[in-house]
Design a protein around this ligand. Structure first.
Ligand SMILES: C[S@@+](CC[C@H](N)C(=O)[O-])C[C@H]1O[C@@H](n2cnc3c(N)ncnc32)[C@H](O)[C@@H]1O
Length: 391
């Protein structure tokens, strides 16, 4: 399968608009259709290794998830839900129209002040400073085109879709799938959201009106009307996952699973002896250079130095949670998880932490395989029953 579109190091002329970074490369109808076709091919390849009814979670991008979903459907998968992971930590990746117009006409721009994030303003001991890759636009400026404040169309990214598929059931019922293959079922109790010590769960109708409908009248109408087994374990897992920022905005984080984006320490743990690499965060030209004039570049926060420079590392709390939702009971032997496109291994580590017995990861890039192996080795030291001096 040709997956060049997914490799940040292999942009090709017909796949890449010069100024777009990886993840935004599919910019023509033909490229989008080609992506969907590739998704169908992956899906068909995956199906050969899955039992009937197997459940699948796939991260998608907000711009292209519909093609991914359609490709998977074309391959035979059924889509049963979409989980939304809300995180308030993304940076908008848009270009400044006013600057572009001024550059084209070689217009002078009025300098308003020094950019606080410019390279000159940063610590000279900083690795990024030494590498010379950060904040080359040192001044904040204003033009006269009338287009300052206008950008190429891109919102601040604040959510990611997690698409939920099921392999074909081959005519079997869910009970058949569970008992024959150990598939098709969601581990709801394993994924319940704890309400905290001593808190009373009131997911069921508590309003007077709803209670009256059940034949319960004030003053008793505002109490819990009924309970179901498992409720004491927490709230039923929801198709919204929040990070701290979005939980604060919504005001009721306890109703949802909470997970922030991956921290630098977590992304790099276990890879300390690998050489530094640059994780690109801003606009790239086709030859990989940072793009001048792009807002994230101007602000100087697009590149970071990492040991694990994979662009799409996921937080382990999230991958563990998703793996737990998929985990069949211990009566299924062995509980085997397939992680195609495993990158630097976050989903594999989450699978191990979630309790899966066997995990098979597939990754085309040898460097990412090496990172994944190191990370797996590191995190295994903290699995229950493993002594901390095991490595
Ligand atoms: C979105 S990343 C997954 C990263 C992962 N979430 C992590 O935490 O590191 C997808 C990975 O799939 C790999 N990939 C793409 N096409 C592939 C293929 N046909 N076979 C194997 N791996 C592939 C890419 O190299 C990339 O590392």
């Amino acid at each position: 399968m040709n997956a060049q579109w997914d490799d940040p190091k292999q942009p090709t002329r017909n796949q890449v608009h010069d100024y777009l970074p990886s993840g935004q490369r599919m910019t023509t109808v033909e490229e989008n259709i080609a992506f969907q076709r590739a998704c169908k091919e992956w899906g068909e390849a995956m199906l050969q290794h899955l039992f009937p009814g197997a459940l699948v979670f796939m991260f998608g991008g907000t711009r292209m998830w519909h093609r991914l979903a359609s490709g998977m459907e074309d391959a035979g998968f059924a889509m049963w839900d979409t989980i939304i992971w809300l995180h308030a930590q993304g940076f908008p990746k848009a270009q400044d129209i006013g600057r572009m117009i001024d550059q084209r006409h070689r217009n002078e721009r009025e300098v308003l002040g020094r950019n606080p994030n410019s390279r000159e303003a940063s610590d000279t001991g900083n690795t990024l400073y030494k590498l010379g890759t950060v904040g080359k636009t040192d001044f904040i400026s204003r033009g006269k085109s009338g287009w300052d404040g206008y950008k190429t169309p891109a919102m601040k990214p604040a959510w990611e879709p997690i698409l939920c598929f099921r392999a074909p059931r081959d005519g079997l019922t869910y009970a058949d799938l569970a008992t024959t293959y150990g598939t098709g079922c969601l581990n709801v109790d394993g994924g319940r959201i704890s309400v905290g010590d001593g808190a009373k769960l009131t997911t069921h109708s508590t309003s007077s009106g709803a209670a009256a409908g059940k034949g319960i009248y004030p003053p008793y109408g505002s109490v819990e009307t009924h309970e179901s087994p498992g409720q004491e374990l927490g709230r039923y897992p929801s198709n919204i996952i929040l990070d701290e920022g979005s939980a604060e905005i919504l005001g009721e984080p306890s109703r949802f699973f909470y997970c922030a984006k991956v921290s630098k320490a977590e992304r790099n743990a276990g890879c300390e002896d690998l050489p530094d690499c640059i994780k690109p965060g801003g606009m790239r030209t086709a030859n990989g250079d940072a793009e001048k004039g792009h807002s994230s570049f101007d602000k100087g926060f697009q590149d970071t130095v990492q040991k694990n420079g994979h662009l799409t590392v996921k937080p382990l709390a999230l991958t563990r949670y998703l793996a737990t939702l998929l985990l069949p009971p211990t009566s299924v032997i062995p509980r085997r998880l397939l992680v195609p496109f495993c990158g630097s291994g976050s989903e594999m580590i989450g699978g191990e932490q979630g309790g899966w017995d066997q995990i098979v990861g597939v990754e085309q890039n040898p460097h990412f395989c090496e990172i994944a192996e190191r990370r797996l080795k590191y995190w295994r030291m903290f699995l229950p029953g493993v002594r901390n001096d095991a490595a």
